[in-house]
Design a protein around this ligand. Structure first.
Ligand SMILES: Cc1ncc(COP(=O)(O)O)c(C=O)c1O
Length: 406
């Protein structure tokens, strides 16, 4: 048989796929699944953004190729957002690239920056593209345990000492997907100092910059004095404006890195459909009460989830930001692990979550619960979980018998 393609061998099947397969089978059998598995915003995109897209689409020129690094108006709007929100000045021409969602931006940044064998420092657990974007680009990942931001930074120093060649890129991502943890400006100061000392570039993914629930909006790494000399930030409109399917993100900061990304993109794409870019600029420049509304919905769901699951016997720490809760696997299922727990939860309770191990080995012991169902359904899920936990011994015994019989 022909051996598997070189690159494909480096991309293990998504662990989350195993739960998705069960979900599809149960749904085909007519089972109602309460789906906290994927981070897919379920709210409508605000009306004024949709209207702007429709209006622009009527222009006979709208269907032409656009600009691969984004139209000037959108890059200007992105720079405006950084000034307003973080007090960071960016040159829209040289320090801002509009991307086809932040995932594309991140993956092509990896292509632009990586030589075969380059070592990249990546948190674990992490959003999969953080490691696999670089693996696809021929890099080597130095996974650093990141159960907390402090643990991550301490691990970075150790990783630098023991990697050959020394790491070339340091990845940061707060608020974190999956752990929902946040950091303050002091953390970024320390990270930038560390990166500077060891001659690493920094890529910071802040896709959840606007989804926060207390009075401390997440800072940007670019607020650190001199950060622009070595860092770029990846940001997204997907969550902020419930525009995940529109595919609009940005890479901003260091001009040399932005130019490298622009070069790669100039070979690969012609930019998003112009009306989408015009509407994205309208989102950033227009009224921001829709952002507050979206944030409020996630916050109420978070409170309902934490309260109702606690009543059901599952203590889930309240996430300070992001659209996820990072929930410890309930005691009785600890030994079974996050994947088996997730499979049993969907089979027996009709509740889908993402097993923590899908985000890296250090995600074991947890599952990620997305705040992507309404409060009524969250309460229903909690009732199902209560019954599930009450029958834990019986469910586990049955699962073990089934596995032994296979
Ligand atoms: C940390 C993080 N970065 C990036 C993305 C991708 O966002 P986008 O839709 O902009 O590609 C996600 C989506 O879930 C995410 O969690």
């Amino acid at each position: 048989m022909t051996p598997e393609f070189h690159r494909i061998r480096r991309l293990p099947p998504y662990v989350l796929e195993e739960v998705n397969r069960i979900k599809a089978r149960l749904r085909a059998d007519g089972v109602d699944i309460i789906d906290f598995g994927m981070g897919n915003p379920d709210m409508p995109t605000p009306k004024h953004i949709v209207e702007k897209m429709i209006e622009t689409a009527r222009d006979p020129k709208a269907g032409r190729y656009s600009a691969s690094k984004g139209i000037a108006g959108l890059r200007k709007a992105m720079a405006g957002y950084y000034k307003r929100r973080f007090g960071v000045s960016l040159d829209p021409d040289s320090e801002v690239i509009a991307t086809l969602g932040s995932k594309e931006g991140f993956a092509n940044l990896a292509q632009a920056l990586t030589a075969p064998g380059d070592v990249i420092v990546c948190p674990n657990p992490a959003y999969p593209i953080h490691a696999y974007g670089f693996i696809m680009a021929g890099g080597v990942i130095r996974h650093v345990p990141a159960q907390s931001p402090e643990e991550y930074l301490a691990g970075v120093s150790r990783a630098v000492k023991h990697s050959a060649p020394p790491p070339s890129v340091l990845i940061l991502s707060y608020p974190s997907n999956p752990t929902a943890q946040c950091v303050d400006l002091d953390f970024y100061k320390e990270a930038i100092a560390l990166a500077r000392k060891h001659e690493m570039l920094v890529i910071s993914d802040i896709a959840y910059s606007e989804i926060y629930f207390d009075d401390n909006p997440p800072p940007s790494v670019l607020q650190v004095e001199g950060a622009k000399e070595i860092a770029v930030e990846v940001n997204s409109l997907s969550k902020t404006y419930a525009m995940a399917g529109w595919r609009v993100g940005m890479v901003v900061g260091n001009a040399r890195i932005c130019a490298a990304l622009a070069r790669v993109k100039s070979y690969l794409d012609y930019g998003a459909y112009t009306p989408i870019q015009v509407a994205a600029a309208a989102a950033l420049n227009g009224p921001q009460d829709c952002v507050e509304e979206i944030r409020g919905i996630y916050k109420s769901r978070r409170d309902t989830l934490v309260e109702s699951m606690a009543r059901a016997g599952w203590d889930i720490p309240s996430p300070p930001a992001s659209m996820f809760a990072w929930a410890p696997v309930p005691e009785k299922f600890r030994e079974a692990g996050s994947l088996l727990f997730s499979k049993l939860l969907i089979e027996e309770a009709g509740v889908a979550v993402a097993p923590g191990v899908g985000f890296g080995e250090y995600g074991e012991g947890y599952v990620r619960v997305g705040l992507v169902e309404n409060e009524h359904r969250i309460r229903q899920a909690a009732r199902n979980v209560k019954k599930f936990l009450a029958n834990a011994d019986e469910i586990l015994a049955r699962a073990h018998n089934n596995m032994a019989a296979q």
